[in-house]
Write a protein that binds this ligand. Structure first.
Ligand code: ADP
Length: 485
């Protein structure tokens, strides 16, 4: 089976969030199952291109208004695999400080930039003479791919390909002014409520939901949630209309990158069988954070984007009360300026309890995961979430709001049996966060045996990509059968 995987970000080349992790790991797991996968993505500024081979010739990409864009193509492989990664090299579009735009904003020409990526990926496969049976597109940046396959490619060699569109985060839909439709090269006949028009605007994700052979998202619970008004961001009706074609497949994690027994960022390795290294990591983290080095105090970690999705605004209302409990708390994140200001002020006021780092630092993310005892994710919504999976693997018990992938992966503590792998709450409120953290703190001080048991149980879980890749393979097969049928 041949699969073309089109993405706007991929570890280790470019990353802003979980999509990059999926793009770097899923194709490798698919390749291990004998599937021939090729990835297409942009060549961004800052991406190390020295190891990449420059392919001969120039790729011509049809753009809107009958125009064309010209680009070079470089080729590399995903580390540790034979999976080919093709990079579209177009400096005017991608030589910029950010992938999509400065924090909180999108670049004004994002529609043209990602039209170029989507159209360019299809132009490239045709130029290579490599015809995939499945084209897998991801999020709004490549949402035009399934639409093009059904429209401008119709009657051409790619029209036979099945398309799968995966929603990694429904909150970002690729919404542009309706008048900008011609930038995509699509005709006005597609600007209707059944395809790309949504309340007077152009909505790329809506178009993909209408056109893709099958749809998926990154956890079973999120697949159900997005069909409801609360989580659907206006597309719940469209998604409910395709509910039989929409499947939730839980993301895996890169178990080589996130391996407590062989993690180069840590002060000491550890495993479920021998947790002494985890205590060393905790002490090192406390020192790095300038907190008192106290083995007995429960240490809470939080890593993530400081946005309303992650519930940090609600956490802010509970923070002072939380810090009155005997605990320590380390936050690593970037995002809303107001959030950074708020958490920075609290950190300055409570340096013995709370440390806040406002940066994107992968090594630190590893050290927070490893050195903490608990990991906090009070998410408003969470399509899958990776951090709680890393936490489980590092024996750091997640404290989560039971939504999306968090509900699918964390089992709440059962005081009667000692069962569970973390602490869950439903209500997104300061009180619920405070009560649940308080519950974890009480369990830490009073029922250490249960904590140790939960830790070992958490660390024994298998969240490798092998399982997810099997589900994607079955989904690809279903999409191919549907397309042919
Ligand atoms: P999302 O994709 O919604 O941001 P996920 O939990 O699915 O959330 O994935 C976030 C990824 O980004 C994780 O790999 C996490 O470790 C990483 N990450 C987020 N913020 C930071 C940060 N400030 N420093 C380092 N890594 C971060």
């Amino acid at each position: 089976m041949k699969v073309l995987f089109v993405t706007s970000e991929c570890v280790p080349f470019a990353k802003t969030g979980g999509l990059a992790d999926v793009s770097g790991a899923l194709p490798r797991a698919l390749a291990a199952r004998g599937i021939e996968v090729r990835i297409v993505m942009p060549l961004y500024a800052g991406c190390d291109w020295r190891g990449l081979e420059r392919l001969d010739g120039t790729l011509v990409v049809p753009m809107g208004w009958g125009g064309r864009a010209y680009c070079g193509v470089r080729m590399g492989t995903l580390p540790g695999s034979e999976v080919r990664v093709y990079f579209l090299e177009h400096h005017a579009f991608f030589d910029r400080p950010y992938l999509y735009g400065p924090p909180g904003e999108g670049y004004g020409d994002n529609l043209a930039r990602f039209t170029f990526l989507s159209r360019g990926a299809l132009a490239l496969t045709k130029a290579l003479g490599w015809m995939p049976e499945v084209i897998h597109a991801n999020d709004w940046q490549t949402a035009l791919v399934p639409i093009y396959v059904n429209t401008v490619e119709w009657g051409g060699p790619l029209a036979a390909a099945a398309t799968l569109f995966t929603i990694h985060n429904l909150a970002y839909q690729g919404v542009f002014g309706g008048a900008s439709l011609p930038v995509t090269g699509l005709g006005w006949e597609h600007y209707r409520a059944e395809e790309l028009e949504h309340f007077g605007a152009l909505n790329l994700m809506k178009g993909a939901c209408a056109h893709a052979t099958l749809l998926s998202t990154v956890s079973p619970t999120y697949a159900r949630e997005i069909q409801t008004p609360t989580f659907g961001y206006g597309l719940d009706g469209v998604l409910a209309g395709r509910s039989h074609d929409l499947l939730g497949i839980l993301n895996g994690i890169d178990v080589d990158e996130w391996d407590p027994q062989a993690d180069p960022y840590l002060a000491a390795p550890f495993s479920a069988a021998d947790l002494t290294g985890k205590a060393v990591c905790k002490a090192a983290l406390q020192q790095e954070a300038g907190l008192p080095v106290r083995p007995a105090v429960p240490l809470f970690g939080l890593v993530g984007r400081l946005t309303s999705q992650k519930g940090v605004d609600v956490l802010a209302h509970a923070l002072d009360r939380l810090l009155d409990l005997d605990l320590q708390f380390i936050l690593l994140g970037t995002g809303d300026r107001d959030a950074e200001h708020f958490f920075g002020t609290v950190a300055a006021r409570r340096p013995d309890r709370f440390c806040a780092w406002f940066q994107f630092d992968n090594g630190r993310a590893h050290r927070v995961e490893a050195g903490s005892d608990f990991f906090l994710m009070p998410s408003r919504y969470e399509p899958c979430g990776l951090n709680q999976l890393y936490s489980l693997r590092y024996g750091t018990l997640p404290i989560v709001r039971a939504t999306g992938g968090l509900a699918d992966t964390v089992v709440t503590f059962d005081e009667a049996t000692g069962g569970g792998t973390g602490f869950c709450f439903l209500d997104l409120s300061p009180n619920a966060i405070y009560d649940t953290v308080g519950w974890a703190v009480a369990t830490w001080y009073q029922r250490r045996g249960d904590i140790e048991q939960m830790r070992r149980r958490a660390m024994a879980q298998d969240f490798s990509w092998d399982h997810a890749a099997g589900e994607y393979e079955a989904l690809y097969q279903r999409a191919i059968a549907r397309r042919r049928g």
